[in-house]
Ligand binder design. Structure first.
Ligand code: HEC
Ligand code: HEC
Length: 408
């Protein structure tokens, strides 16, 4: 943790807290709470003040502490590694967790960076879903989200929240957690659990490591360096509505109220990514359909949302493989190639069954029409590609400028 970053992130968090309070006041903020326990109601209804340095510091200790898991073998940082943009460790396909670290997770661990501007899940005026935490937005805040991994049997595997609190009470810095939350040692379990959740959120919201803005892209924005020719070509393709069209979802300019581009609009789309072959032996009848379930449970009637997952930020994307919600694609070059060739060369991505390409094979047939067809998609096999191999390489070169820690 680095105290110097605190001041700059205070304003962003203050704005986010005020906005999410407004969303909740308008009735839009309470839909995504499938995993929430009763104690979350209070957590979600209160706008959050800027985190104190003390909460950030104790949240830092908690995030790195394997004693938080039931078997004492897994910390938040195990799946959210700082050197990888707080995403999966190098070479990990889908995260392993559980009491014996032998349970494979369903989804790739996303980056935890640059989430301060993310709001609670809601539908906008046009009925489009946006915001929320996890790939399907079912947690309204990072504090609410934190209970998920602690209780998931394939992650930190506590049987219930009483077991989590009992463990927290044994930590050598428990007194520090109480003091950061202005609690007495006699505080009831519900308050201790809330303090744990808020400290984990404070750490992610207030520590500079989660929003450093030190990429080459930022240095170019600040006029300190220039892109090379290939990176500049990549950015032009990224922004062009006729070619990559990437910026229509992965915003390359700051939205209203933001000071920097976040490379996501926090919206939801179905890209039809292929099934992860490493889980091919798993139940063939099981489909992870994002917003419409089955992990998320409150939108199961909305079949038009099946297959839709949250647009992730592309900041640090060169570090955060494997790619897409199911980790189906290992390298960044392949992830970008998927956009270029999904429709003109589907056999490259999907199995051929009885001579027919089983396109969008990670979705039941009934919902495959939800899959996005706008540029760079929407071509027929044999049509000239919107993105050449050179374009893909230029896009990758540009995406590499989004890695933090750039030294001119
Ligand atoms: C076993 C690996 C694992 C562990 C341990 C783990 N996570 Fe995660 N994390 C994930 C996965 C996988 C997801 C995506 C979950 C989903 O979409 O349902 C995720 C999602 C998240 C998100 C949502 C990010 C976003 O873009 O919306 C946050 C925040 C988060 N984790 C924080 C934590 C914290 C805090 C801890 C410790 C209490 C933790 N994680 C422990 C694997 C893990
Ligand atoms: C219609 C909206 C949309 C457009 C256009 C779009 N993306 Fe995405 N992008 C998404 C969504 C949604 C995901 C997550 C999908 C999933 O995991 O199922 C994603 C995921 C990604 C990922 C994987 C990130 C990760 O952390 O796993 C990369 C890389 C990426 N996009 C790059 C691009 C590039 C390059 C372009 C332009 C050629 C582009 N995207 C255009 C919506 C879009």
């Amino acid at each position: 943790m680095n105290v110097h970053g605190l001041a700059s992130s205070f304003t962003a968090l203050g704005a986010a807290a005020v906005l999410s309070a407004l969303l909740i006041a308008c009735g839009g903020g309470s839909t995504g709470s499938a995993a929430n326990t009763p104690s979350d109601a209070a957590l979600l209804s209160q706008p959050r003040a800027a985190p104190s340095a003390e909460s950030v510091a104790v949240g830092d200790l908690l995030f790195h502490d394997t004693r938080l898991s039931a078997a004492g073998n897994l910390a938040c940082v195990t799946c959210h590694v700082q050197e990888r943009g707080h995403a999966d460790a190098d070479g990990v396909f889908l995260p392993l967790g559980g009491l014996a670290l032998d349970q494979q997770g369903l989804r790739s661990s996303p980056t935890l960076n640059y989430l301060n501007e993310n709001r609670a899940f809601a539908f906008d005026a046009e009925g489009r879903p946006s915001g929320g935490f996890t790939w399907d937005g079912r947690a309204d805040t990072r504090a609410a989200q934190a209970l998920g991994p602690l209780l998931a049997s394939n992650e930190m595997a506590h049987a219930n929240s009483a077991s989590v609190v009992a463990r927290v009470r044994t930590l050598p810095y428990f007194a520090q957690l109480l003091s950061a939350s202005a609690l007495a040692p006699t505080a009831p379990d519900a308050k201790v659990l809330e303090a744990l959740q808020l400290a984990l959120e404070a750490y992610q919201a207030g520590d500079i490591d989660y929003q450093p803005y030190t990429s080459k892209f930022d240095a170019v924005q600040d006029g300190r360096v220039a892109f090379n020719a290939q990176e500049a070509r990549g950015l032009a393709i990224f922004n062009s509505p006729q070619r990559g069209n990437c910026a229509s979802c992965h915003s390359s300019t700051p939205a209203a109220g933001q000071s920097r581009a976040l490379f996501t609009n926090f919206g939801y789309f179905a890209l039809g990514v292929p099934r992860n072959r490493s889980t091919a032996t798993a139940d063939p009848a099981f489909f992870d359909m994002g917003l419409c379930g089955p992990v998320r449970t409150d939108l199961s009637h909305r079949k038009d949302l099946c297959g839709k997952f949250k647009v992730p930020t592309l900041r640090n994307v060169a570090l955060t493989g494997p790619y897409f919600h199911n980790g189906a694609v290992a390298s960044l070059q392949e992830a970008v190639s998927f956009y270029a060739t999904r429709d003109i060369d589907p056999a490259r991505w999907y199995p051929v069954v009885n001579g027919v390409v089983d396109k969008f094979n990670d979705l039941p047939v009934a919902y495959r029409s939800n899959v996005e067809q706008q540029a760079p998609f929407g071509l027929q096999p044999g049509q000239p590609p919107k993105l050449s191999l050179q374009d893909v390489q230029d896009l990758v070169a540009f995406l590499q400028t989004l890695t933090d820690g750039f030294v001119p």
